[in-house]
Design a protein around this ligand. Structure first.
Ligand code: FMN
Length: 303
């Protein structure tokens, strides 16, 4: 009943681990897969190693957390060794999240990893990336087009573009990604930037001062982005932002998401959240006579 297809790839259920949380090593990805996730997204990685920002890189705030990790990455050669060790069932999906600053880097990364993964997610949306990466790309419709087109140019696996909500009009960026050949979209990366001041020392908490907001507080914004983009695109949407229970998942699905990702709430709820949500989702669908996830996607748009 929970089985579903996204971008032509079979998922045993619509729940995925979001990029950046527990996704740095094969052992943590394997743990999440054993705990019932339909798919896992790796932490974003780049061609060359990147140290990211100094600590502190995360801080708890009202309704979530702010992080400015700065896309720390060991580089693709090290990450490839982890991808090879991921153990999953046939209908569990491994998604690599990659980032870079130009078309050549994205093309290089796609080429290097595509035999080891089922899908690729382009992180063109991180609000605290360094050096022309992340939202520097995803806030510009033509850069988005060029990066997606390059990544797609020699990819054998589906490519989804992860977009930032920190734009004037996400619809324009979503259409640009779709026109460049994206197989799907992930909405949304963290919101902001935001900041937290330590009042004892009258100073910003994060070493980078500003970071992206995630967790419960951003859910209504994420749902609205999914709803708005669903009305104009005809490629699947993966929803993410503030999900912690099955009711949150349903909101995203009814708004138009074919699958969802879960990040911050794992820090509070633990990885048992995947099995819990799957059980609750199944109960809901049985009680309401829904036979498949597909039947529910975008239901909130009916006239
Ligand atoms: C600590 C942390 C690290 C993150 N790292 C990444 C990353 O490497 N790549 C990425 O695309 N998104 C990253 N994100 C964003 C999440 O994947 C997700 O889009 C966002 O947190 C909203 O979902 P959530 O509220 O369920 O966490 C990160 C989020 C957090 C909290």
């Amino acid at each position: 009943m929970l089985k579903t297809k996204i971008c032509g790839v079979e998922f045993k259920n619509p729940l995925m681990l979001a990029a950046g949380v527990l996704g740095s090593s094969a052992s943590s990805l394997n743990r999440v897969l054993r705990e019932g996730a339909g798919g896992v997204v790796t932490k974003s990685f780049s061609k060359e190693p990147n140290k990211g920002y100094k600590n502190p890189t995360t801080v708890g705030v009202e309704g979530g957390i702010i992080n400015a990790i700065g896309l720390s990455s060991p580089g693709v050669d090290v990450f490839l060794d982890e991808l090879i060790k991921v153990e999953k069932e046939k209908d569990q999906v491994l998604i690599a999240s990659i980032y870079g600053s130009d078309c050549e880097e994205f093309e290089f990364l796609v080429d290097k990893i595509q035999n080891e993964v089922d899908m690729i997610e382009l992180n063109i949306s991180c609000p605290h990336a360094m050096g022309g990466c992340g939202s520097a790309i995803g806030q510009d419709a033509s850069l988005t087009y060029n990066i997606v087109e390059s990544a797609k140019s020699n990819s054998k696996v589906p490519v989804v573009a992860k977009l930032t909500p920190n734009v004037t009009d996400i619809v324009e960026i979503a259409l640009s990604a779709q026109n460049a050949g994206a197989d799907g979209l992930t909405l949304i990366n963290s919101l902001g930037p935001g900041m937290k001041i330590n009042i004892d020392i009258a100073y910003p908490v994060l070493s980078n001062k500003f970071g992206g907001m995630s967790g419960r507080a951003i859910k209504p914004i994420a749902v609205q982005n999914v709803y708005k983009v669903f009305e104009v695109v005809d490629i699947p949407i993966i929803g993410v932002g503030g999900i912690s229970d099955f009711e949150d998942v349903l909101e995203f699905i009814f708004a138009g998401a074919s699958g969802v990702q879960i990040g911050t709430s794992i820090m509070n709820e633990g990885i048992g959240v995947f099995n819990q949500i799957n059980d609750d989702l199944k109960d809901f669908m049985e009680n309401r006579n829904f036979g498949s996830i597909d039947e529910m996607v975008g239901l909130a748009h009916r006239v």
